[in-house]
Design a binder for this molecule. Sequence first.
Ligand code: GAR
Length: 208
Amino acid sequence: MLKVLVCVSGGGTNLQAIIDSIKDGRIRNAEIVRVISNNKNAYALERAKENGIAGTCICPKDYGSRDEFHRAFLDALREAAPDLIVLAGFLVVLPEEMIKEYKNRIINIHPSLIPSFCGTGFYGLKVHEKALERGVKITGATVHFVDEGTDTGPIIAQKPVQVKEDDTPETLQKRVMEEAEWIILPQAIDWIANGMIEVKEGRCRFLS
Ligand code: GAR
């Protein structure tokens, strides 16, 4: 059974998609052992509680320095001893030590088709604002392994979503979640939990 730790910052709809997918069998052989939030008001923590999952808030503001925050964050990770860390709308830059320690064991959901609209400063609604500003007709979501860069790790899954003439950042965000994020994130976790993919030479591929 793959032990999954989910990091969140906000509403937690992706966390909910993971919880639901474990319940209905779309994710096999995995369980969520802990949810960590950097924001004590994150509704995601409520979702964890409602589903009997341990939730912890580790907020940068509660620590004297970034280093102290990182230490507390790493301690909480090590205590939970996960096999896989899922960043589900987690808006904190990860400590380098964590990326090294959990190489190819951290995945992230990003609300665009990487390499478009990604990197520093592209998160949440901002991604959709930029996509609409540029006038793209197709956008989507990407699940990827996390490496030292921002949104640069090996891509696991992507799903396109049509942009509509009258879209606002909010309507586009909602459709990208419904039509892409909530599908490909659980799918990627299922693939990992069942040994279906591997990372080789910086690329992710299916095992036959
Ligand atoms: C999601 O759209 C996710 O793709 C995005 O934050 C939102 C979180 O929503 N993540 C990023 O932008 C990361 N760069 P949720 O809390 O309802 O799952």
